[in-house]
Design a protein around this ligand. Structure first.
Ligand code: G3P
Length: 215
């Protein structure tokens, strides 16, 4: 399973990249706005680290504008995946971009039928937002299980990228459901490595080691 960071913070991305557990990065306009920096500059810095998959979102709402922005974004670096929203205009744009061999991440997916359409137009990734569904009282993870099953039934090559992850249990459940990718905030990725028993065990080992004769 691939683990992505959902952030536009180059500092956070560099930290996880250097540890060696990072497979990719997703950004969105909200995350980019938080950094207060020029979008392209941020994208170039992330790609320069060597991250092999970096999703960058278009902000146009009509197909022509999406195509214009998508074609521009893909020229920035070969690692760029163009993120396109799930709308009729987005489906049209994705179909054209996919035929031009541009890798598209269809975003703002909230139903299995939307994911089915994204696969049909050739999206490389589909991004269902599970945390936002949970917030509405719907089971976000059920959507992931449905999409994984549908893609398996028809052997769609589109990868399921679980987005809007809020805590480590979301990552665990996504892995159990067979999702291809989980994208998460830095704080969630950090928590994946931690367990209080690990800390306690290590402290005890170090304490006991002091009792071992050294010479
Ligand atoms: O990048 C898209 C998605 O992960 C956003 O998450 O927490 O804003 O629902 P959130």
């Amino acid at each position: 399973m691939q683990l992505f960071l959902d952030t536009a913070s180059v500092t956070d991305i560099r930290t996880m990249w250097e540890i060696g557990i990072l497979d990719g990065v997703t950004t969105n306009p909200t995350l980019v706005a938080k950094e207060g920096r020029r979008f392209e500059e941020v994208l170039r810095e992330i790609c320069a680290l060597g991250v092999p998959s970096v999703s960058a979102e278009v902000v146009a709402t009509e197909t022509d504008g999406m195509l214009r922005e998508g074609r521009h974004l893909r020229e920035i670096h070969p690692s760029i995946y163009v993120k396109v929203p799930m709308t009729p205009a987005g489906l049209r744009a994705t179909r054209i971009l996919a035929r031009e061999k541009t890798r598209v991440n269809m975003t703002l997916i909230f139903s299995a039928n939307q994911a089915l359409l994204a696969a049909k137009v050739g999206a490389s990734y589909v991004s269902p937002f599970i945390g936002r569904l949970d917030d509405q009282g719907q089971d976000g993870m059920e959507l992931i299980r449905d999409i994984v099953q549908i893609y398996r039934n028809y052997k769609f090559p589109t990868q399921v990228l679980v987005a809007s992850i809020r805590h480590p249990v979301h990552v665990l459940e996504a892995a159990k459901a067979g999702a291809d990718i989980a994208t998460m905030p830095y704080a969630v990725m950090e928590k994946l490595a931690r367990h209080p028993l690990t800390d306690l065990g290590l402290a005890q080992f170090l304490k006991d080691w002091e009792k071992v004769p050294k010479a």
